[in-house]
Write a protein that binds this ligand. Structure first.
Ligand SMILES: *[C@@H]1O[C@H](CO)[C@@H](O)[C@H](O)[C@H]1NC(C)=O
Length: 225
C-alpha cells in the first residue's frame, strides 16, 4: 500500500514537472524585470544538431533601454550553445556553441515582431529573419555540432546550465509561437511560418509545448496572429 502510494506520488510529481497546456493563440507574459521569472522548455530531439531554425514572436518595449535574452539554450559544456540576445548598442547577437555574430539594428519597435534564426554546420551560415525579411547571411562556427541535452529558457539568459541569471539581461514583455526545427527552413517556409501557417516543428512545437513556468510568468491571449 505504501509502495503504491509512493509510486502514485512520484508519478504526479513527474507529470507536474513539465506542463503541457494548449498554447495556440496564447503567449508567455513577463510583466516585470526579475532574475527569477522564466520558462523552461523541453526539447524533443535527442540527436545532436547539425542545423536548426528557431522562430518566435516577441513583443517588448525594452530595446532602447538595455539588452535582454530572447532565446537561451545552454548545455553543461556551453552556456551559449544557442543564444539570441538583443544588445542595445549592437543589435541582434546570435551565438552558436559560444561564438556569436551580430545583425546590427538600432531598435526593436515596440510592436509584436517575428524573428527566425537559423544555422547549419556544413557551411556555418547563420540567418536572421525579422518580420519575414532576411538580414545579410553571416558565417558562424562552421563544423560545430549543437548538443541536445539542453536547458532551454525564455525570460532569462543562462550563464550556466539552468541558472546564473542576470536581472539586467532578463526579458520583459511577451513571447509566443516558439518553434524549433532540426534543419534550416527555406525562404518559402519562413514566410509560411511568419504568416501563421504550419511547418511541423520537431524540436520545439508550440502546439504541444512541454514547459514549466517559474516566478511571475503568465499565460495570456496573444496580441498578434
Ligand atoms: C543592473 O543595472 C543597474 C542600472 O545600470 C545597476 O545599478 C545594477 O547594479 C545592475 N544589477 C546587477 C545585478 O548587475
Amino acid at each position: 500500500m505504501e509502495k503504491m502510494l509512493w509510486c502514485f506520488l512520484v508519478s504526479i510529481s513527474f507529470s507536474d514537472v513539465f506542463g503541457q497546456t494548449e498554447l495556440s493563440k496564447k503567449a508567455f507574459v513577463f510583466p516585470k524585470e526579475s532574475d527569477n521569472s522564466y520558462v523552461s522548455l523541453e526539447g524533443q530531439v535527442k540527436e545532436p544538431l547539425k542545423a536548426f531554425t528557431v522562430c518566435l514572436w516577441q513583443f517588448t518595449a525594452l530595446s532602447r533601454t538595455r539588452g535582454f535574452s530572447i532565446f537561451s539554450y545552454a548545455t553543461k559544456k556551453q552556456a551559449n550553445e544557442i543564444l539570441i540576445f538583443w544588445s542595445k548598442e549592437r543589435g541582434y547577437a546570435f551565438a552558436v556553441g559560444g561564438p556569436e555574430v551580430l545583425f546590427k539594428a538600432v531598435e526593436i519597435p515596440p510592436v509584436p515582431v517575428h524573428i527566425c534564426a537559423s544555422w547549419e554546420s556544413v557551411t556555418g551560415i547563420a540567418e536572421l529573419w525579422v518580420d519575414g525579411r532576411p538580414r545579410v547571411r553571416m558565417s558562424l562556427n562552421k563544423g560545430y555540432t549543437v548538443e541536445t541535452d539542453a536547458s532551454i529558457i525564455l525570460g532569462q539568459e543562462q550563464d550556466s546550465f539552468g541558472g546564473s541569471f542576470d536581472v539586467n539581461q532578463s526579458f520583459v514583455g511577451e513571447i509566443g509561437n516558439v518553434n524549433m526545427w532540426d534543419y534550416v527552413l527555406s525562404p518559402d517556409e519562413i514566410n509560411t511560418v511568419y504568416v501563421g501557417g504550419t511547418i511541423s516543428p520537431n524540436v520545439l512545437n508550440w502546439q504541444s509545448l512541454k514547459y514549466q513556468t517559474n516566478g511571475e510568468v503568465f499565460i495570456k491571449p496573444q496580441l498578434w496572429s
